[in-house]
Design a protein. Sequence first.
Length: 377
Amino acid sequence: MTTPWGELELTRFPEDPRERLRAWDASDEYLLRHLADEKVPLDGTVVVVGDRWGALVTALAAHRPTQLTDSYLAQEATRANLARAGVQPGSVPLLTTQDPPPDRVDVLLVRVPKSLALLEDQLLRIAPAVHEGTVVVGTGMVKEIHTSTLRLFERILGPTRTSLAEKKARLIFCAPSAATDRPANPWPYTYTLPEGIGAVSGRTVVNHAGVFCADRLDIGTRFFLRHLPDTRGAGRVVDLGCGNGVVGTAVAVSDPEAEVLFVDESFQAVASAEATYKANGVPGHAEFRVGDGLAGVADASVDLVLTNPPFHSHQATTDATAWRMFTGAKRVLRPGGELWVVGNRHLGYHLKLKRLFGNSRLVAGDPKFVVLKAVKR
């Protein structure tokens, strides 16, 4: 990536030589050019929210910006990119969306996330640290910035306007006001599950902002819950890509003897899963882990993996994440262990499972979704 301060070599995480998607886009470049052209002072506390793969904080590393991200993968990519740029470990603070933000922010740079709820939560959390002299600049591709995005900046921080578009990217400029009547943060959000969906009917769900379908149960998970396997005696079960943890909680409710591992790359998701589990007073054995899929889980140590894989990486449609989930599941499953997957019918996961496991069975299906099972031989 070419920046006003030189060239940077950036990669996503995990690194894949076949990956064709870059670790930055035109909106990152636009923001960095703006900072240089306008000679924005960067000697105060600089905070970067939602930096996708660390492009912004790596380019600004000389000013020791603080990164605030919901993504474990983004955080690991940032570490690698900073190291590649020769930045000393620890000189750039890397915080998660679950950490308290800095007490004072002089320059706030926001990479607009896909989730409007996550943007709302993060702006509300950081607003007390913003003062009238804070420079606030948001960035994103034109298709990511909507009227509702601008209204959030305006409602939480102050008067907001946008730039002209360049290479399909746009900047957001916000002039913070000394508001004392900011709205209360509605996150995390709690609701009760409907009846007729198995073991967790009528149970409580807690969702932090940014978690998929944060204010209701998504239809894919609803379908999955109706067709979960009998886990009694399963031993160790993984809710892979756990989201709000409702699937793993259903296992724990059905079989208090099961050991359930909740895994997600989103800090917000794992916090939601733990909150959901605790809200239902399940007397089981649970572990909550933020990480890169099943990395760090021992080979042949799991009896059952349950997953609803994502098929988007930000705005890009890709099956790379699902494939890594499936290969990780095969590695960690014991012989005879099972991988259960729910997904949109059109994604053709049965072909990937047959290729990897040598078998795939349709457990249930409707016009939109299928539940598939693969057994490790």
